[in-house]
Design a binder for this molecule. Structure first.
Ligand code: SPV
Ligand code: MN
Length: 628
């Protein structure tokens, strides 16, 4: 048995490439490659090592195959996904589960044998006439307790090129790894290409086989569906981490320097809800913008960035709101733009702070102002979910501990969503359990362009991780609650909401107000400011916000604004509790403490309402009113 796959590979690979694989000689990799080659029937195979020459070959081939085109600025290229392939496909992303495994109704799954049969049929001979590329990466810093080795097989040079930018190399690590070390595996084919884009998107499938740690992806190119190391590895990570007692989270990691020492904060937000922009606020360092592994080490929670680059949304990136990213995107360097507008070798995107040409080339092909799609809807110059791909090290504010094998100590966790009518802009939870339940597990957010489907629909999204939850909700919540509850000082949990509106549907906050909320959070971590208890958590005192608005933004923050933004909206809070409770009542195995914590919150709200009414101004709130 042993060595069988490697022997077969000897016949399937040329001498040079076989030697590269022979050095790895890992049973999981041998198995994956043997299976992938026999199934997909590529014309040729390229095994990439950590050699920069191999990365350059991939970059050149992405241009030669026209998956990418060069732009005027040196190092910049552009890639287009097809018009119907612009975001993550939630419907066709499924876990393959045997009939006796149930992960609950929030998990999109398919019966394993049936799903495997289907996706294997779509992958059959999918690489005929193409080259298969095999890349190795390390998720998390190398040589660390966080390191997770991975192997990507793809026929897209764009996917391989993107991953070379976004992830740390892993070939040498795999060569030196224990033969039992688990390897996350990804098999992707863009399928039939027309003009460089996947043509058969109706046969797009992304199937996650937890039993073998293999993810299959076919007939798609959009990064979130295809780059195995990104959201596909995240799903395998969630499953593995919950089995092993740690967490894989949809979180940024930032450092906030104070008195010569940095305070590290993680934040979980659904896509397109301000995660990257929060991670990029001035005066901070960015360690990660999307995916973090969290482990307990010597009584502390420590985090790493799974990635080392950003696959960021390029909407509203301009010199005023996102100066560091804007600068990195306009200087020479290795950057892939996707689904923007291109004219005369220059990329344009919505909200870039410059006039956008009235014609050019975009994800719909030749584009002109007023061009409509099949449904008669006007096509924007650049897609709302257009992206850029670049290394974090390109940014002046990149955190120095990005590759630290020990990770960084997490002092606070923020949960935020798109919530137009309920949560206040910032609030601290009472303790770990209260925070996990009323902030993380109760997170709701209105849908955005980051996934296919209708926008603006309120959706339950616990820890903003629901899309990637390779476990049942009860397992996730129980493990989360257990994770830090025995620690002497667990991270402090905060909720934020940048999207609160008044009755007329007008946003109550400016785009940069998040600077103030972040600074308040840091002052709370440092014990420098007090806070006002409300039925749902601790909110800032007016005087501290007034000072922070003046200091950080040069704005005069009025009492009227404070009142409007921090009023406890009792009916909306109660309605939220009811919605959330109903969801969990329909699940198995949810711990009693979740219902008890929601019930206690409801009682506090009802009690406060008796004396203070439906809409409780923070100016009226006092400890006495709550206790009375
Ligand atoms: C997100 O949508 O959450 C992203 C981009 O970070 S994707 O790769 O599509 O997941
Ligand atoms: Mn994300």
């Amino acid at each position: 048995m042993k060595g069988e796959h490697l022997e077969s590979l000897r016949n399937l690979l040329d001498k040079v490439n076989f030697q590269k694989i022979e050095r790895v000689d890992h049973p999981t990799v041998n198995y994956l490659l043997h299976k992938a080659i026999e199934l997909c029937k590529p014309d040729s195979i390229f095994i990439a090592t950590d050699d920069p020459g191999d990365a350059e070959y991939i970059r050149m081939k992405a241009l030669e195959t026209k998956e990418e085109s060069e732009l005027a600025t040196p190092g910049h290229t552009v890639h287009f996904d097809g018009p119907r392939d612009q975001a993550r496909d939630k419907e066709n992303t499924r876990y393959l589960l045997p009939p006796d495994v149930h992960l609950g109704k929030h998990i999109n799954y398919k019966e394993r044998d049936e799903g495997l049969k289907e996706v294997i049929e779509f992958l059959r001979e999918s690489m005929k006439g193409k080259e298969m590329i095999v890349c190795f990466y390390c998720l998390g810093p190398r040589n660390s307790i966080f390191s997770q080795l991975s192997c990507q097989v793809t026929d897209s040079f764009y996917v391989a090129h993107s991953e070379n930018i976004l992830y740390r190399p892993g070939y040498e690590d795999l060569c030196n790894a224990d033969k039992q070390a688990p390897v996350f595996c990804f098999l992707h084919s863009a399928g039939r290409l027309v003009d460089g884009v996947s043509a058969d998107v109706d046969k797009r499938r992304i199937y996650i086989d937890l039993a073998e740690n293999i993810v299959y992806s076919v007939n798609t190119q959009y990064g979130g569906n295809t780059m195995g190391l990104k959201k596909l590895a995240m799903r395998l990570g969630v499953s593995k981490s919950l089995r092993e007692g740690w967490l894989t989270e949809h979180m940024f990691v930032i450092g906030v320097p104070r008195d010569g020492e940095s305070h590290y904060i993680t934040g979980a937000f659904p896509s397109l809800c301000g995660k990257t922009s929060t991670a990029m606020l001035p005066g901070q360092t960015i360690l990660g913008d999307d995916i973090a592994y969290l482990k307990k080490v010597n009584g502390e929670v420590r985090a790493v960035n799974v990635e080392s680059g950003i696959f960021g949304i390029i909407l509203d990136v301009n010199p005023v709101d996102d100066p560091a990213i804007f600068e990195a995107l306009t200087k020479p360097g290795e950057v892939i733009f996707s689904n923007v507008l291109v004219k005369d070798g220059k990329p344009y995107w919505t909200g870039m702070g410059e006039e956008i040409p009235t014609s050019g080339y975009n994800f719909s092909g030749e584009w002109w102002q007023g061009k409509v799609d099949e449904e008669g809807k006007e096509i924007p110059p650049s897609h709302k979910n257009a992206r850029y791909t670049m290394r974090l090290s390109e940014l002046p504010n990149c955190d120095p501990h990005l590759d630290d094998p020990a990770g960084v100590r997490v002092e606070a966790i923020i949960f935020g969503g798109r919530d137009s009518d309920c949560w206040v802009p910032v609030e601290q939870s009472f303790d770990w359990t209260h925070g996990v339940i009323t902030k993380g597990a109760s997170l709701e957010s209105e849908t955005t362009a980051a996934t296919l489907g209708k926008e603006g629909v309120r959706k339950f999204n616990p820890m903003s991780n629901l899309d990637f939850l390779a476990a049942s909700l009860d397992t996730y919540i129980n493990k989360y609650l257990d994770f830090a509850k025995d620690l002497p000082s667990p991270p402090i949990i905060f909720g934020v909401n940048y999207f609160l509106m008044d009755e007329e549907g007008k946003y109550l906050n400016g785009i940069m107000d998040k600077v103030v909320w972040l600074n308040w959070i840091v002052e709370r971590i440092r014990g420098r400011v007090g806070a006002l208890p409300t039925p749902t958590g601790f909110i800032p005192l007016y005087r501290d916000l007034k000072r922070l608005f003046a200091e950080k933004l040069g704005l005069d923050y009025s009492e009227a604004q404070y009142k409007q933004q921090f009023t406890v909206r009792v009916p909306q809070q109660l309605a939220k509790i009811e919605r959330i409770e109903r969801i969990y009542r329909n699940e198995w195995g949810i711990p009693e403490v979740l219902f008890k914590t929601l019930e206690d919150q409801k009682l506090r709200l009802e009690k406060a309402r008796k004396s203070l009414g439906d809409f409780i101004s923070p100016l009226e709130l006092s400890q006495g009113a709550l206790e009375g």
